[in-house]
Design a protein. Sequence first.
Length: 222
Amino acid sequence: MGAGHGHTLHYHGHSRVHRAPAHLKVVALVVFMLVVVATPWGWWPAFTAYALLLAGVIAASRVPVGYLAPRMVVEVPFAVFALLMPFIATGERVEVLGLSVSEAGLHAGAALLVKGTLGVLASLTLAATTEADELLRGLQRLRVPELIVQIMGFMLRYLDVVTGELGRMMVAMRSRGCDPRSPRHWPAMARSLGALFIRSYERGERVHLAMLSRGYDGRLPQ
C-alpha cells in the first residue's frame, strides 16, 4: 500500500537510519517513548542519556538540525501549557526569579516540557527518515488493523489535496478584501472552513463509491 508521494516531513537521505526497516523504527520509537514517560521526574542522568541517544540517532541519520528545528513548532501549545502550570497549580509555593509559583506545578511543567520535547523530536526524526509508504507497510508488518492503515494511507494521499484547496480559498478571500487573520472576518473564515469540510466529506464519499465499483472488499490490492 502506498501513499502515492512523499510527505513534507521526509528528508531524503541514504543513511543507515533511512535504510532501517520501518517497522523496527516504529517499535523503537514506541519503546523509547514508553521509557521516557515512565521515567520519574528528577532522574537527570536518565534524561541526559535519552537526549544523548536521540542526538546520536539524529547525527547518524544526517538530518540537519536546521531541518528539524522549525518543525518543532508543533510543540508550542504544550510548551505554553507547561509554562503556565507553575502559576495555576496549587500546593506549596516557592520563589523563582522573584515570582511565587507552585512547586508541584513547577516540577510537572518541567517534566512535561522535557518529555514532550524528547517525544516530538523522536517523532520528527522517524518522519524525516521514513517515507510515508514505507511507514504504512511497516504498520502492516506490525499487524496494525488493516482499516486503520487504510485510513492513514488515504489521509496522506488527500492531505495535500485538501490543504491545496484551502490555500486557493484563502487566495480567493484575500482577493475580495477579506483578511482571514482579522477578527472582523472570522465569521467568513468559519463559513469557508465549513464549506471545505463538506467538500472533503463529499469527495470521500465519491472516492469510496469509485472503489466499490472497482471491486473493493475491505482490503486494498498489494
